[in-house]
Design a protein around this ligand. Structure first.
Ligand SMILES: *[C@@H]1O[C@H](CO)[C@@H](O)[C@H](O)[C@H]1NC(C)=O
Ligand SMILES: *[C@@H]1O[C@H](CO)[C@@H](O)[C@H](O)[C@H]1NC(C)=O
Ligand SMILES: *[C@@H]1O[C@H](CO)[C@@H](O)[C@H](O)[C@H]1NC(C)=O
Ligand SMILES: *[C@@H]1O[C@H](CO)[C@@H](O)[C@H](O)[C@H]1NC(C)=O
Length: 306
């Protein structure tokens, strides 16, 4: 005869296996809003409005989690298989370096909703319908795996490694990625290190970096949309000067014609991305002034392009 007591461990096991596990593909931006200024995600008409996602089947919020640490957030387009944007709180480049070899990972939960694994190397036996894999990027010299949230902005080694998830990557023309885009990333990182100082005297800047998908079936391996343009915006408070700072950059995903990406205002970016787009809604981020208007010496101080 089986006693009830003997069955108890089994019952506990059963319960554990049906209880909801913590997933990192979260249902709402609200479950991962610590990476947005004022906990408020961008407003992107017909994709993300008031924190709510249109087309829950197509667009997924990934609370990027690596080694049990949440590091940034991505809104991912499972149809185009590229991110709409990645957003993060820059806290300074504290420690660590760009990992070598690149530890490429995918998001198991995009294809297996029952999975409780976050950000992991792909399983070569599996097929992934809802995301890009390494093979999609192979054998095409023109394109880099271009980071939206860059590894160089990672606070520590965990945060740096965590940017190597293909859900944070778009096919980016190599000369653009390594040229004007890279220069812009370095300039903005330097600006945030120097001027984004919060009331606790700590580095704190917010970045949102996105890609505009092409609409002419321009794809890698007939699977991955090759975006026509990449954009980047930052905003922060400088407690020393009691000023809000912001600026925006974007560039076509082609071999650059000029030496650098022009510095633009948030308002310019909103116009470029389409009516009613707002990258930092409900904040005091200046819409019509760039950080280069406020600090005239960024060219020499931060090696920012003129
Ligand atoms: C980061 O990636 C590198 C290279 O792939 C690896 O050697 C290192 O252990 C990783 N570090 C962490 C914290 O994941
Ligand atoms: C702020 O931090 C910097 C370096 O992190 C330090 O040199 C400075 O003294 C600090 N200022 C205040 C007011 O604590
Ligand atoms: C893109 O490809 C799909 C399927 O191959 C086709 O139905 C559609 O008309 C194409 N769109 C454009 C803009 O070429
Ligand atoms: C790289 O991808 C582009 C876009 O799909 C394509 O036009 C080009 O032919 C590819 N190059 C190689 C070497 O496969």
């Amino acid at each position: 005869m089986t006693s009830l007591k003997a069955l108890l461990p089994l019952a506990v096991l059963l319960l554990m296996s049906v209880a909801p596990t913590e997933t990192k593909v979260v249902r709402s931006m609200k479950d991962c809003n610590e990476f947005f200024l004022e906990k408020t995600p961008p407003h992107i008409p017909r994709i993300l409005e008031g924190g709510n996602i249109w087309g829950q089947n197509r667009f997924k919020t990934i609370c990027q989690t690596f080694e049990d640490t949440r590091t940034f957030v991505t809104l991912y387009d499972t149809k185009n298989k590229i991110p709409v944007f990645s957003a993060a709180k820059y806290r300074g480049d504290h420690e660590g370096k760009r990992p070598k070899p690149s530890p490429w990972m995918i998001e198991p939960q995009l294809d297996d909703t029952k999975s409780n694994i976050n950000m992991a190397p792909e399983n070569n036996q599996e097929t992934y319908e809802n995301q890009a894999v390494k093979k999609d990027y192979e054998n095409n010299q023109s394109f880099d795996k271009g980071h939206l949230f860059p590894s160089s902005y990672g606070y520590d080694q965990i945060e740096k490694n965590s940017t190597f998830t293909l859900t944070n990557i778009v096919p980016q023309i190599g000369k653009f990625n390594q040229g004007t885009w890279n220069k812009m990333e370095q300039c903005i990182k330097c600006v945030m290190d120097k001027y984004c100082i919060n009331n606790n005297n700590k580095t704190e800047g917010y970045v949102v970096i996105g890609a505009r998908p092409s609409n002419d079936n321009n794809t890698l391996k007939k699977r991955i949309n090759i975006p026509s343009m990449l954009w980047s915006a930052f905003c922060c408070y400088n407690s020393k000067d009691k000023k809000w700072l912001a600026s925006a950059h974007w560039g076509k995903n082609i071999k650059p014609k000029d030496k650098c990406l022009p510095t633009k205002t948030l308002h310019d970016l909103h116009k470029e991305l389409g009516k009613n787009t707002e990258v930092f809604p409900k904040t005091e981020c200046p819409l019509k002034t760039t950080v280069t208007n406020v600090y005239k010496n960024l060219n020499s101080n931060c090696n920012c392009p003129k």
